[in-house]
Write a protein of this length. Structure first.
Length: 316
């Protein structure tokens, strides 16, 4: 795998004579266009594989069936949607059942990082082999996230886009809100109280805050390239300048890959952190979806995520 730095906490690789039962969770508005034909192909694939299937289409439906003692829980869940869809499933099922992601969202950051296929034959092979790897997850209040959290400008864009959402979203839906907000955003000061890797605490302030579990970000960019999803820690990136020109230079630095070299960018490896804003409730986003407002405590859940991933080659 080119990404190459993933350490397996536990792996369950077993040839399947019977693939058992699965819940197929389809987020019908994920991605930038209607994908009903793709959904039909997935249903046909599961039927061909002999998987006993139950289809779900809303978080409320998933929660109700998960807590219904009369319904047998599945051997695994297939998440058809984006990063936020899979994170929602992990949170509602408390990390108790393996999740197979079929990438159908706008960015599909996690699926790209793990090289999860969209080709149906390759996806069928992944389900048949069913190799499970356990990764860390983040916790923002009561909300589980897999990839990242942000507070500040970028989170405000996500809130605005989703407030106007009427169906599918593409990357272009974010362009106008981003440029519009660059001139009007007030850049409230964000205060952080961070529990560091060694258990000590430190306090800092900034105007943008990013908390990463996996190193990847939208468009394949990396704000914290050293983040690992299996180290029991979160990687925190704090940008300490504000305003229109600072935002432009941060974006240019990110695109050119030298954000980490700037003196106005600070990094921490954290067990947990508290995010506070004196100037009012500040929007938060996790995995590309709105995630409420400050104040909030963010923490790591080691080994929480059981994800079905493509089988690795045997040594030699």
């Amino acid at each position: 795998m080119p990404e190459g730095n993933i350490t397996v906490i536990s792996t369950d690789t077993r040839p399947q004579t019977s693939l058992g039962s699965a819940w197929l969770f389809i987020n019908r508005i994920a991605g930038g266009c209607d994908k009903s034909h793709q959904h039909a192909q997935l249903r046909a694939l599961l039927e061909k594989l002999g998987i006993e299937m139950r289809e779900l289409n809303s978080p409320q439906q998933l929660s109700a069936q998960w807590h219904d003692d009369s319904i047998t829980r599945p051997d695994f869940i297939i998440s058809v949607g984006g990063d936020g869809t899979a994170a929602m499933i992990a949170g509602l099922t408390a990390g108790q059942v393996p999740i197979a992601i079929y990438p159908a969202g706008t960015e599909n950051v996690l699926a790209k990082y793990l090289q999860i296929p969209t080709d149906f034959d390759a996806f069928a092979a992944m389900l048949t082999q069913r190799q499970v790897r356990h990764f860390d997850a983040g916790k923002c209040g009561e909300r589980t996230f897999m990839l990242m959290l942000s507070a500040g400008f970028e989170a405000e864009v996500v809130h605005q886009v989703h407030a106007q959402r009427d169906g599918h979203l593409s990357k272009f839906n974010y362009v106008l809100p981003t440029f519009g907000l660059m001139r009007s955003y007030a850049y409230p000061k964000i205060e952080l109280d961070i529990e560091l890797e060694d258990g000590t605490r430190t306090q800092t302030i900034g105007y943008w805050v990013f908390v990463f579990n996996f190193p990847r970000y939208a468009l394949g960019l990396e704000l914290t390239p050293n983040a690992r999803p299996d180290d029991g820690l979160l990687d925190v990136c704090v940008l300490t300048q504000k305003g229109f020109w600072a935002t432009n230079t941060y974006i240019c630095s990110l695109l050119s890959g030298n954000l980490s070299t700037r003196s106005d960018t600070t990094y921490y490896r954290a067990r947990s952190l508290k995010i506070h804003c004196d100037e009012g409730a500040l929007p938060l986003q996790t995995d590309g979806d709105p995630a409420g407002f400050t104040d909030v405590t963010v923490s790591v859940q080691p080994g929480y995520l059981p994800l079905i991933v493509p089988a690795t080659k045997k040594p030699g």
